[in-house]
Structures are given as structure tokens and as C-alpha cells.
Design a protein around this ligand. Structure first.
Ligand SMILES: C[S@@+](CC[C@H](N)C(=O)[O-])C[C@H]1O[C@@H](n2cnc3c(N)ncnc32)[C@H](O)[C@@H]1O
Length: 195
């Protein structure tokens, strides 16, 4: 089911990339979400954000940069997304600030320690493991933003990923599928995502 949703999202994003008007409408969908997430994590121009799961059109990464001035590195594990995402960024004249890399967030070799903010898209899979890797490999103080689905969609997007984050600060969204974004801050001396 998650694969179906990811494929559908890719189709929508592909159209949005090819049509300027559709791009503006689709980025409007993310604008309020990014505003709330940037505020929740107090993101500034001095941050370097890692966006895990950028898709064909990395709206979130682009809007994070436009909203905060922060540098953004975007990864996606689907190779077909990478050239298209780079093209969008180049067309917007943002190539000096946003980098797109073909990489899996679930890869043990992924270097997380260059980033002060790590953002996990709603469709990241396996969400629980990518989150645990990020927590284990980041420096204390790193802020992790984790998007969670609306309740009625919870079984489609990695259903097991809940309890450990229930007491964390969060912001809710009006969007159709993103229910909320949780903020998790890596603590000093914390070695993994269990505590
Ligand atoms: C369709 S996009 C949605 C993101 C949206 N464009 C945005 O700007 O927020 C979600 C992407 O996450 C990617 N993805 C899922 N799991 C991943 C993982 N473990 N590592 C990297 N990318 C992943 C999928 O390939 C998909 O392209």
C-alpha cells in the first residue's frame, strides 16, 4: 500500500515539475506545514538540514531553504527521482544551497553528523529503523522532525512507529494526509533511539 502511495505521489510531483502552475499549487500544500515545522524546530540560516525522502520534486527541502535560509541536503532511495529533483532545484537557481543525493536513509554508511536538523518525510520506510539510525549517529542537540499521518491513515504508513515519541513536542497540520510533525532532540550521552 505504501508503495502505491509513493508511486502516486511521484506521478503528481512529476506533473507539478512540468507545469509551473501545478508546482505553485503543490508547493502551497506544503507551505503551511513547513512554516509550522520550521517554528517547532527553531530552524535558522545557520542550520544544515538533511531531508530524508525528497521525491521527484523536493518541495519541503526547497521551502525549508526559502523560509529559513538554511542549507539543505536531500536524499532519496529511488534513483529515478534524483535527476528530476536536481533539475527543479537548478531551474529555481537554488543549486548553491540544496544538494540532492541518491542514498537510502536506512543505509548503515549514511553520515548523519554533518546535520543539525534531520527531517523524515511521511513516506520514509522503514521509518522506525531510519529514525533509530539517525538518533544513534547524530550529535547531541540535533533536532529530528518526524512527520506522522492523520489517524485514519496510520495503518498505511509504518503503523508500529508510535509509543516512544508520544511525549515529544509536536505541531499539527491541516493537510489531508500529514497529521502532525514530532520534534525529537538527541540528548547528551544517548547512544540509540530506545530512550
Ligand atoms: C514521494 S516523496 C514525498 C516528499 C515530498 N516531495 C516533500 O517534499 O516532502 C517521499 C519519498 O521518500 C522516499 N523514501 C522512502 N523511504 C526512503 C528511505 N528509506 N530513504 C530515502 N528515501 C526514502 C521515496 O522514494 C519517496 O520519493
Amino acid at each position: 500500500m505504501l508503495n502505491l502511495i509513493t508511486n502516486l505521489t511521484h506521478k503528481i510531483e512529476d506533473r507539478a515539475v512540468r507545469a509551473g502552475f501545478a508546482f505553485r499549487v503543490a508547493s502551497g500544500y506544503y507551505r503551511d506545514v513547513i512554516e509550522r515545522e520550521a517554528t517547532l524546530a527553531s530552524i535558522t540560516k545557520d542550520d544544515h538540514i538533511l531531508c530524508i525522502g525528497g521525491g521527484i520534486c523536493p518541495f519541503s527541502a526547497i521551502l525549508f531553504h526559502q523560509r529559513t535560509g538554511a542549507r539543505v541536503t536531500v536524499i532519496d532511495n529511488n534513483a529515478a527521482c534524483i535527476p528530476k529533483a536536481r533539475e527543479v532545484i537548478a531551474r529555481l537557481g537554488l543549486a548553491d544551497f540544496l544538494t540532492v543525493i541518491h542514498q537510502d536513509g536506512d543505509c548503515p554508511d549514511l553520515q548523519f553528523d554533518n546535520f543539525s536538523v534531520i527531517h523524515l518525510a511521511l513516506q520514509v520506510s522503514p521509518m522506525e529503523r531510519v529514525f533509530a539510525r539517525a538518533v544513534a549517529a547524530t550529535a547531541p542537540g540535533t533536532r529530528l522532525l518526524i512527520r506522522r499521518p492523520k489517524k485514519y491513515l496510520a495503518n498505511i504508513y509504518c503503523p508500529s512507529f508510535t509509543g516512544a515519541l508520544d511525549d515529544k513536542p509536536y505541531t499539527t497540520h491541516k493537510s489531508r494526509n500529514i497529521g502532525c510533525t514530532l520534534l525529537y532532540i538527541k540528548q547528551d550521552g544517548e547512544l540509540n533511539g530506545d530512550n
